[in-house]
Design a protein around this ligand. Structure first.
Ligand code: SF4
Ligand code: SF4
Length: 317
């Protein structure tokens, strides 16, 4: 417990395990703010100091509950998927209001598959930089699934933090493979960016080889920390032990590695509108006979489809 690493040139020091809050919220396990808050608090009390969230995740209440009465310093990273500056500002204001804070430490352009995010959402990016000048955002970042984007951002002087998708098998990586993403990550780190990885377990698809998959990402040159979505105290303890290099009982991993999660579509109520298909970065969904269908082998459980369904028919269980 307590291990911290330098986070690029941001001046921040972070625990190598970052609490990914996506699975706690309505897109996945749908825990109450109190239940989710208790899990986050468990992590905070054991040394995690950066929480990763997003407008889309619906977990600000969980974070607020976790922070209630907690004395330690906690860093927050959030993201906006807004396509216009006004909405981006609204997203940040909501984050601050719902978490009860006057700033977030990192605010990302949530840009899974945009090929040139700083140009395609120029207005949003400029608004993030304005909010940084106002002191509401400490560091500006970009989250991306695309190798060419991560590679290109290495030379941006404005981007301080990168949140790339990387895992051993390359599942979910767009525009290249794991090796190419690893090289892009190293270029970002060499340029002084703070890099924390997402989807090291490909949204749970690599859960049966979780230890090996986490080791792969943790040991990549340039990766300062790994964000992992966690739904139990046992997972938090095991991941902390692994990423912070502590001793741990290996039998925990046998249990943890047997817990696979799945995407469920309540097809009965589906009208085949296709909004989920458009939202999927991995082409894992298609509409057949008026209903959304899943190619499970291509799904990284990112939850984007769940956020896009107007009828709330998609869940990760
Ligand atoms: S089907 Fe949904 S959860 Fe799976 S990869 Fe596509 S958007 Fe993500
Ligand atoms: S977005 Fe929802 S309603 Fe539309 S096709 Fe997908 S699951 Fe069906």
């Amino acid at each position: 417990m307590g291990k911290k690493v330098m986070f690029g040139r941001t001046g921040l020091e972070v625990c190598p395990l970052i609490f990914g809050t996506l699975p706690l919220g309505p897109l996945q396990a749908n825990l109450s703010a109190e239940e989710g808050g208790r899990l986050i608090r468990h992590g905070l009390e054991r040394g995690i100091n950066l929480l990763d969230t997003a407008e889309m995740y619906g977990t600000y209440g969980h974070i607020r509950a976790a922070l209630d009465g907690f004395g330690g310093e906690v860093l927050i990273a959030s993201k906006t998927h807004a396509t216009d500056p006004r909405t981006a500002r609204m997203h940040l204001e909501r984050a601050l209001r719902e978490m009860g804070r006057d700033h977030v430490d990192i605010f990302h352009l949530h840009a899974a598959r945009l090929t040139d995010p700083l140009q395609e959402r120029k207005g949003v990016w400029e608004e993030i930089l304005r909010m940084k000048e106002e002191g509401k955002v400490r560091h500006a970042g970009v989250s991306s699934h695309l190798v060419p984007v991560v590679r290109a951002l290495a030379s941006s002087s404005e981007v301080e933090v990168i949140h790339p998708l990387i895992n051993r098998t390359g599942m979910g990586i767009l525009g290249g493979d794991s090796k190419e993403m690893a090289a892009a990550i190293q270029a970002c780190s060499d340029a002084g960016k703070g890099v924390y990885a997402m989807k090291a377990l490909a949204g749970g698809n690599l859960i049966s080889a979780a230890r090996a998959s986490l080791f792969y990402v943790k040991d990549l040159p340039g990766v300062a920390a790994v964000a992992v979505g966690m739904l139990s105290a046992a997972e938090i303890d095991a991941n902390l032990a692994l990423l912070c290099g502590l001793e741990n009982d290996k039998s925990d991993w046998q249990v943890l590695q047997s817990r696979k999660r799945h995407l469920r579509i309540m097809a009965m109520f589906c009208n085949g509108c296709g909004a989920c298909v458009k939202a999927c970065t991995n082409n894992a969904l298609f509409v057949e006979e008026g209903r959304a269908c899943l190619r499970e082998e291509d799904c990284i459980l990112c939850g984007y489809c769940a956020a896009a369904c107007p009828n709330f028919l998609i869940r990760v269980v």
